[in-house]
Design a protein around this ligand. Sequence first.
Ligand code: PXP
Length: 244
Amino acid sequence: MIRLFVNVDHVATVREARKTIEPSPLKAALLAEKSGAQGITIHLREDRRHIQDNDVKIIQKAIITKLNLEMAPTQEMVNLAIDIRPFQVSLVPEKRQEITTEGGLDVCSLEKELSLIREKIQAKGILFSLFIDPELAQVDASQRIGADSVEINTGKYTELETPEEISIELERIKFSAKRAAERGLKVFAGHGLNYENVKPIAAIPEIEELNIGHFIVGQAIYVGMENAVREMIHSIKIGRGQNI
Ligand code: PXP
């Protein structure tokens, strides 16, 4: 079974629209766990547009599953992660003006810097993951710097329209997943996934973990967090060819 980590950033987005205390990303995280999620993902952005420092602390303390902290490769964030000690840190590139993470990290051109961060994070017993585009060169660079895992960016795959384009991008994801597993990396994926487009991704045997946020939080408005998470797990199982 693939592990589902539910990203609750956008519960905080709604809260921050009014700078108040509801809705609570912690409550959403606890409901996601109750509904079968194996972990919770949050992205503490440098501009603190949704998740706040205190959210990271209280979610880390209260959840009974695992916390995956997404963050930019900066000194401030490394210090914070070392202080909070999540189960896993996932490094993502960050641009202030972007609406969401726009692409994977260019590990190839940042090998030295990322290697130093990797040492500090792993020294504290925290797993170290890199969000990368589905490119073999990025997979190989991730292995060279000693990452535990890579999260393959499915963003482009989820945005393409024609079946031909989608199938080419899916092949790139499959090749990258295979290469990463051959290199001894654990393979995760995420970005832009919904009940339908998750199925071919869940069918890729090397993929062990999915990070899904925006769609689940959006569905939760209609059907509640618990149903949205359960429905996503159902789709993942169908994609994986598991008995329902
Ligand atoms: N993985 C990474 C690295 C991300 O930055 C995000 C978005 O925060 C996700 C997964 C989840 O993407 P989505 O919210 O589109 O499901």
